[in-house]
Design a protein around this ligand. Structure first.
Ligand SMILES: [Zn+2]
Ligand SMILES: [Zn+2]
Length: 349
């Protein structure tokens, strides 16, 4: 059994090395996308905005497309992956940070079904989306709660909106996506009012992966909603140093309380989630080791301090620490070793 254990450990180390060295990834995170069974979800880094591309058994769904300035990014993202057909294109709600880049996607890919909670909105971004759809002769479909759609082998159900609020965020199309025994929940920018309606409707909201509502704003991801979902993983799409202060500490704290593993586009770039219907795995564009939802460090959590000149790493208590300017901090011992650093002979980290 010893060699088996060793093999497992070797595999774990290799996986860690792979995750720690984004340079190993050919062009951003790129696990098996299409062809073969499996569901791949790209949470595309569109800054302070939202966009996710789902590929399943050769079928594709785009949920939101970032800001108008992300049009080129969306165009290129689809082109690089050869996604010339979007079986579904979803505008969760009419805000520019969700519908803005959809026109760019439509300039590359042909759309099947276009979902939106409204058919009209006087924003330029929404009008451009409708115009691009019109050029393809695709009408807007307003989904009804409970409507289902097939995405390859995945089942997609529209849970909301259950009513049309005057607040566009609370008109967000909420999608529950089930592949095998793995579930995803996408809530757009739904805030507490829409969350309450979803709870009152009595849906089974349980999901393995939650795309956190409204970029991690305190107005979303209420405790009762989170308790029904009980996700293992959550993804927040937001921009670094955005003017809204997203994600808000209250939301982060609720996610910590729920013991959720968090991924963030502002810290980690594009995030890719792959599932075979049983297991779920994530890869990120950068900062795989980032503390995405840090609490105050407890006494037993220790960092390691590397010397960029000697390539040795130390415990913080070591008497032989390098000068501040020559330090690099590693969150884990593994991170230091993977980066090619050797343990100090004195403090023996
Ligand atoms: Zn938004
Ligand atoms: Zn919004």
């Amino acid at each position: 059994m010893k060699s088996g254990k060793r093999a497992v450990r070797l595999l774990a180390v290799l996986t860690a090395v792979f995750l720690l060295l984004p340079g190993c990834l050919p062009s951003g995170p790129e696990p098996a996308a299409t062809g073969g069974s499996g569901l791949t979800v790209y949470f595309i880094d569109v800054g302070q905005a939202d966009s996710a591309l789902l590929l399943c058994d050769g079928a594709a769904m785009l949920i939101d497309g970032g800001n108008p300035s992300d049009s080129d990014l969306l165009y290129t993202f689809l082109k690089n992956r050869g996604v010339s057909r979007l079986d579904y294109i979803v505008a969760t709600h009419a805000h520019a940070d969700h519908v803005g880049g959809l026109a760019g996607a439509l300039h590359y890919a042909a759309a099947g079904i276009a979902l939106s909670p409204v058919t009209e909105n006087d924003s330029r971004a929404f009008e451009n989306f409708i115009k691009a759809l019109g050029e393809q002769g695709v009408p807007v479909t307003v989904p009804k709660p409970g409507d289902t759609f097939a995405l390859g082998g995945a089942d997609v159900m529209a849970l909301g909106p259950l009513s049309l609020s005057a607040e566009p965020n609370n008109t967000s199309i909420v999608l529950r996506i089930t592949y095998g025994s793995v579930r995803f929940l996408f809530t757009g920018d739904a805030e507490r009012e829409e969350e309450r309606e979803l709870l009152d409707a009595g849906y089974d909201l349980s999901a393995d992966v939650l795309k956190v509502g409204h970029h991690g704003s305190d107005t979303s991801t209420t405790y009762p909603f989170l308790r029904e979902i009980m996700p293992r993983y959550a993804v927040i799409s937001c921009g670094k140093d955005n003017s809204y202060g997203h994600p808000h500490e209250n939301t982060l704290s609720r996610l910590r309380d729920a013991d959720v593993t968090l991924y963030r586009t502002d810290m980690q770039g594009t995030i890719v989630c792959v599932t075979d219907g049983r297991t779920v795995s994530f890869t990120v564009e950068r900062n795989a080791d980032a503390e995405t939802n840090p609490t105050k460090p407890s006494a037993d959590e220790e960092e390691y301090i590397g010397n960029i000149n000697s390539l040795k790493f130390h415990r913080p208590s070591c008497s032989g620490l390098p000068a501040e300017k020559n330090r690099v901090i590693f969150a884990t011992r593994e991170a230091a070793v993977s980066a090619g650093y050797e343990p100090c002979g004195n403090c023996k980290p």
